[in-house]
Design a protein around this ligand. Structure first.
Ligand SMILES: *Cc1c(COP(=O)(O)O)cnc(C)c1O
Length: 385
């Protein structure tokens, strides 16, 4: 069978390049201490930054939601799957982000595909940061617009490319916090650049929401940016908010346009109402409990100081994403295997997820990590230098 011949060749190539990916089986909820492939492990690889995925109040809200609404929503939002908890969560997310309205999507990947392909079409141009998340690039490709990538976090490079374009719609798309590097997008510069040229700015704040800003409002709260300045804001619920799903927030016209046209919104089953109830509970905790963000800041400072002292190369990141740059895949794999032998799980990130020659360990911190646990990671890193 031709397709299997081709797949087998791909598998062999992946093995040769040391890029073959495998999955580990976890026997415990999200949290620092987990059972990985049957062994207890201290983990530094989750996006559950605030430690809410297994919070008792969030779990209880999920359970109550299931008691009241059952397991599945039964249909897409536009058919008969849009239940009261979905609607309430949308209103709370709009209020939280300071936007007119918000719209739930079943995943962040789908939110990006549906939003970009609704906003841009053939004849338009979508401008994307070189380090944008894969779902943003895929959204650009799906839209049929021309895709132009600008230098990472470089508003000047973007300005030049915008100047050269005569397209009707010019959509600029960026991660708020870059998922593999942990740095924060220079949104004030991007806002200025897009507003001066009447381009539209879309920000994917998957890793900033809950983490950045005094109340956890994410990168737009961090820089105090209004709906007019960032007209299209996307956030995910499966990371700092500890549940599952995503949303897009913005104007009335934007949200109604997405409801009418975003195919990944229309042609898919609504998330379970219980999941929306769990998210409402985690949103309340994320806003109120500022200690989680303060604790993260302290752990980030502790990790950075320790790792730099050991001579490891870190990136410019003030977020819980703290990559250790290693260069080649071999070295990244070796370090991650060494850490696993010491009972620590940190994922090695290799091309094509990151650019060639920039393989890394992606350390992520959570408010539930202790100072002692970060010291354990640093001690293991010392032994593997
Ligand atoms: C995780 C992530 C997504 C996808 O969100 P899911 O809800 O996991 O599908 C989109 N954008 C960025 C930047 C992400 O990190």
């Amino acid at each position: 069978m031709r397709h299997e011949v081709r797949l087998a060749a791909l598998l062999e190539a992946r093995r040769q390049e040391r890029r073959y990916r495998t999955r580990r089986v976890i026997d415990s909820p999200s949290g620092p201490e987990r059972v990985v492939d049957g062994r207890p492990c201290l983990t530094f690889c989750s996006n559950d930054y605030l430690g809410l995925a297994n919070h008792p109040q969030v779990v209880a809200a999920f359970r109550r939601g299931a008691d009241e609404y059952g397991c599945g929503s039964g249909a897409a939002h536009l058919i008969c799957g849009h239940q009261r908890p979905h609607h309430a969560l949308e209103e709370e997310l709009a209020e939280f982000t300071g936007r007119s309205r918000a719209l739930l999507f079943s995943t962040g990947y789908m939110a990006n595909l549906g939003t970009i392909s609704t906003l841009a079409q053939r004849g338009d141009v979508v401008f994307e940061d070189r380090l944008n998340h894969a779902s943003l690039l895929d959204g650009g490709l799906l839209s049929g617009a021309r895709l132009q990538r600008y230098r990472h976090n470089d508003a000047l490079d973007l300005a030049g490319k915008l100047e050269a374009s005569r397209a009707d719609v010019r959509l600029v798309v960026t991660d708020g916090v870059f998922s593999m590097d942990g740095d924060i997008a220079d949104l004030p510069a991007l806002v200025q650049t897009t507003q001066a040229r009447e381009a539209c700015l879309m920000v994917d704040d998957a890793h900033g929401l809950g983490v950045l800003g005094e109340r956890g409002g994410g990168v737009v709260e961090h820089f105090a940016l209004s709906q007019q300045q960032v007209p299209v804001l996307m956030g995910t619920l499966g990371k700092a908010l500890g549940s599952f799903g995503a949303f897009v927030a913005g104007s009335e016209v934007l949200i109604e346009g997405l409801i009418q046209s975003a195919r990944s919104y229309i042609y898919t089953t609504a998330m379970p109402a219980a999941n929306a109830e769990a998210t409402r509970a985690s949103l309340r905790i994320a806003r109120a409990e500022t200690w989680r963000r303060e604790k993260l800041r302290a752990l980030i400072a502790q990790f950075r100081a320790g790792a730099e002292q050991l001579g490891y190369q870190l990136l410019q990141s003030e977020t819980p994403i703290q990559p250790i740059l290693l260069g080649d895949c071999e070295r990244a794999n070796r370090l991650s295997v060494g850490l696993l032998e010491a009972g620590l799980l940190v994922s090695a990130i290799r091309p094509p997820t990151v650019p060639e020659g920039s393989a890394r360990l992606r350390v992520t911190l959570s408010a539930l990590h202790s100072e002692a646990q970060v010291n354990r990671l640093l001690a293991a890193l010392e032994g593997l230098r």
